[in-house]
Design a protein around this ligand. Structure first.
Ligand code: HMG
Ligand code: MG
Length: 303
């Protein structure tokens, strides 16, 4: 089999990981954690969301976090931005990259951002234009690519339509979300076969949640299809409050363990990564889903 020499990991734990947590992680702890992550070799960190804080209270301190961290040169700091009000806050905090987001399915889009898909397009178009004009990198997310918690299966034509519109707006990269972790490897192959005929492989990232334990298998198939950018979350933290049943992203710890073992370079130091996982696990106050984190913790506990 042909495996790539290296892959890019985009850490979304501080955003996707924390947005669904009941425990409010203090601003100080978030900053300390992101500073640790900046030293692991990760080059892309999605650190917060400039959404309506009433919708996502866990990330209501977005400005304080973004302005409080120590920026490491070479690391790109990203945040989710839903509208102009969010962009104003994100620009004031000097974020490096703006991530816009919407869904392939109508009902999830409505529940998540309170608008129809058609009403979302012009808002995101202006957002992307203004972000580019402000000198920011831009990323687009499509949620519910492999299934919707409200509608079930999602027509690939819907995914194509939303993806095409986001690329036309000028985004640098598109992240395809398995929001509720329903995808299987064969489905990933089928979806990518269609999408990669239309969009450049190097501009596609995969964003798998591991609700049903298929995320690493889905990543292996994506690697075989030529994808080399993956979103993941430390410890397997994560979920979408507007997607019932969604659990954590694929754990960065497990992904790095697998890729390192396969000789696929990530540039990430496993030990530093595990230390940052332990740090946030302690703050959250329960064992996180990552298997390699739990294996590492059990070795420490036996000592
Ligand atoms: P809305 O309530 O329809 O907004 O929310 P609105 O424009 O009608 O404004 C209502 C109030 O919100 C106003 O305040 C605004 O000022 C305020 P009021 O007058 O009532 O006091 N407001 C804001 N405040 C601060 N920052 C803002 C902002 N916008 C409005 N940016 C909105 C529309 C999109 C803002 C809302 O629905 C929202 O914030 N949704 C975010 C939901 C979310 O974050 N979901 C999780 C992230 S997506 C995800 O996890 C999927 C992903 O990981 C990929 C995958 O897994 O598939 C990316
Ligand atoms: Mg997600």
């Amino acid at each position: 089999m042909n495996w790539p020499k290296g892959v890019t990991i985009k850490e979304v734990g501080p955003r996707d990981g924390l947005q669904n947590e009941k425990v409010f992680i203090s601003t100080e702890d978030k900053i300390a954690w992101i500073n640790q992550l900046s030293e692991t070799g990760l080059k892309h960190l999605e650190i917060t969301s400039f959404v309506n804080p009433k919708w996502i209270p866990a990330l209501s301190d977005a400005v304080a976090v973004t302005t409080g961290i120590t920026r490491v040169p070479g690391v790109t700091y990203t945040a989710l931005v839903p509208n102009q009000q969010g962009l104003e806050r994100a620009l004031a905090a000097n974020i490096d990259e703006v991530a816009v987001f919407m869904s392939a399915s109508e009902t999830h889009n409505l529940k998540n951002i309170n608008k129809s898909i058609d009403k979302t397009f012009p808002i995101l178009k202006e957002l992307v234009q203004d972000s580019i004009a402000a000198g920011k990198l831009t990323r687009g997310y499509v949620s519910t690519v492999f299934g919707c918690p409200y509608e079930g299966s999602v027509d690939i034509e819907q995914v194509i339509r939303v993806s095409e519109s986001l690329f036309e707006m000028g985004i640098d990269e598109l992240s395809l979300g398995d929001t509720i972790g329903v995808a299987n490897p064969k489905q990933v192959e089928q979806v990518l076969e269609v999408l990669l005929q239309r969009f450049p492989t190097e501009k596609i990232a995969m964003h798998f949640h591991d609700t049903r334990g298929t995320a690493l298998a889905n990543i292996l198939v994506s690697l075989q299809m030529g994808i080399t950018t993956f979103d993941s979350s430390i410890g397997g933290l994560g979920g979408c409050p507007y997607a019932p049943g969604a659990s954590g992203n694929v754990a960065t710890d497990d992904l790095i363990y697998m890729l390192d073992g396969m000789g696929i370079q990530t540039g990430i130091n496993q030990e530093k990564l595990l230390n940052s996982s332990r740090f946030i696990q302690e703050k959250i106050g329960r064992p996180l889903p990552s298997k390699s984190l739990q294996a590492a913790c059990s070795v420490v506990n036996q000592d």
